[in-house]
Design a protein around this ligand. Structure first.
Ligand SMILES: Cc1cc2nc3c(=O)[nH]c(=O)nc-3n(C[C@H](O)[C@H](O)[C@H](O)COP(=O)(O)OP(=O)(O)OC[C@H]3O[C@@H](n4cnc5c(N)ncnc54)[C@H](O)[C@@H]3O)c2cc1C
Ligand code: SF4
Ligand code: SF4
Ligand code: SF4
Length: 388
């Protein structure tokens, strides 16, 4: 064990630093990934503990300012989750011969961070994947790229940015980091269970959580370029349990990064709770990002995209008021415990969902069944008739 499991973020920093490849990342029964030390390979050098962001201090700073911001490039905006800021900055970095790292769907529904060095591949990392993305060897690859003069942009959750910074152990002039406001990550096993139920195998292109052609948020499964399945977040067992914070890693419920003090060069997220006075208020359904530059490099990134975005400076308190995860981490509920226990017994995401969230399950069945709705309407009319 490097740090205690209930605090471990699964950031892969220890895995990347180990000089003897003595650390394996293994999934537990729920699919949450943790480091395991192979004693026969370990030389007790202590590096893993020295860099672990849980065991060591991570520098956190308040943002310099707060912007509501959206890309003017409509083809990017339509495919991005909120205002397309991660993608438009990534595009600029690539146009200047830089390298970008972000989360992508790979084969068999695995989500991992990948290296992107051309604009055609940018689409792979565009869009929010509401699941834990595996870093694998990414920190080593970032370090390799940093030894060239190229600009390197890393986009990830705050705990992944913290993992990268602790792994590197020094500042690099050509490294730029963006973290996303984050309320927690479910395990990949949960997502794969759902895909197997829907599609019988894991052979899909990706899952879209924020495809803007659907409103409200939908869980849509894309295979060979087509949506083969879609349902609104409240009907989707996976998306419902994600939105209600039932499926995250243990450490996400005590996340030290859920605060206005941040660890990257710039934080981005959805501008939830944007004021009616904002020029973006009436068009917020198109997607509007909040951008919180923390360092001068954050300001530099905003300058880089100033010609292809529309933006407005807003009060930081407005962003904090609208976004819970800029104040505190998600809290565990009794249902979270019940759900995870049931999963251990059934080893089935769907069965556990049906058992623990009976009310939502039956409510959605009733809502989607026209016959049942008709009967309920007739019953209501009869009841009203009697009253009269
Ligand atoms: C697990 C998760 C929880 C989130 N919770 C909140 C929240 O509580 N409040 C809020 O305001 N916003 C939250 N977001 C962020 C929001 O969904 C958008 O990702 C963010 O606003 C960026 O939008 P964009 O249009 O600029 O990004 P896009 O242009 O769509 O690009 C998305 C970027 O996010 C990165 N990314 C996608 N999935 C992951 C992942 N699983 N792990 C690491 N990086 C990833 C990609 O690499 C890419 O750079 C969350 C995102 C994730 C992945
Ligand atoms: S102590 Fe050193 S060799 Fe052992 S697991 Fe940690 S980093 Fe690897
Ligand atoms: S370095 Fe990251 S993955 Fe390793 S123990 Fe610490 S938090 Fe967990
Ligand atoms: S909630 Fe915190 S610990 Fe969990 S994935 Fe997000 S940043 Fe990491």
């Amino acid at each position: 064990m490097v740090c205690e499991n209930d605090k471990c973020t699964g950031c892969f920093a220890c895995y990347n630093i180990c000089p003897k490849n003595a650390i394996e990342m293994k999934e537990d029964e729920h699919g949450y990934i943790y480091p395991h030390i192979i004693e026969s390979k370990c030389i007790n050098c202590g590096l893993c503990k020295k860099i672990c962001p849980v065991l060591n201090k991570v520098e956190l700073k308040r943002p310099i300012k707060c912007l509501a911001i959206r890309t003017l490039e409509q083809n990017i905006l339509s495919k991005s989750s909120s205002g397309g800021i991660a993608t438009i900055i990534s595009k600029k970095v690539l146009e200047n011969s830089g390298i970008v790292y972000g989360a992508a769907f790979l084969n068999n529904c695995e989500v991992s961070h990948i290296r992107v060095d051309n604009i055609e591949d940018l689409i792979k990392i565009q869009g929010s994947k509401y699941v834990h993305s595996y870093i694998k060897d990414t920190y080593k690859n970032v370090k390799n790229d940093l030894t060239t003069a190229k600009k390197v942009l890393f986009v990830g959750t705050p705990c992944q940015v913290a993992g990268l910074k602790r792994y590197l152990m020094k500042d690099y002039e050509n490294l730029y980091t963006i973290d996303i406001i984050c309320h927690g990550v479910p395990s990949q096993k949960f997502l794969k269970d759902e895909i197997l139920r829907i599609n019988k195998n894991l052979n899909i292109d990706r899952v879209n959580f924020r495809d803007k052609k659907y409103n409200p948020f939908h869980f849509s499964v894309v295979k060979n370029g087509n949506d083969i399945f879609f349902e609104s977040w409240s009907k989707s067992p996976y998306f419902y349990t994600f939105m209600k914070s039932f499926t995250y890693r243990d450490n996400c419920y005590i996340c030290r990064y859920a605060s206005i003090e941040r660890c990257s060069d710039m934080t981005i997220g959805d501008f939830w709770g944007i004021s009616k006075e904002s020029k973006f208020y009436n068009t917020r359904s198109k997607g509007i990002s909040v951008a919180l530059p923390i360092t001068e490099k954050g300001i530099e990134m905003l300058e880089l995209i100033s010609d292809c975005t529309e933006f407005e400076e807003r009060d930081i308190n407005e962003a904090v008021a609208g976004n819970d995860q800029l104040r505190d981490s998600c809290k565990k509920s009794i249902k979270e415990h019940e759900f995870k226990n049931s999963y251990l017994k059934t080893n089935s995401f769907y069965k556990s969902y049906k058992k623990v969230f009976k009310k939502n399950y039956y409510k959605q069945i009733v809502k989607s069944n026209k016959f049942v709705l008709k009967i309920l309407d007739i019953k209501k009319e009869l009841k009203n008739g009697k009253k009269k």
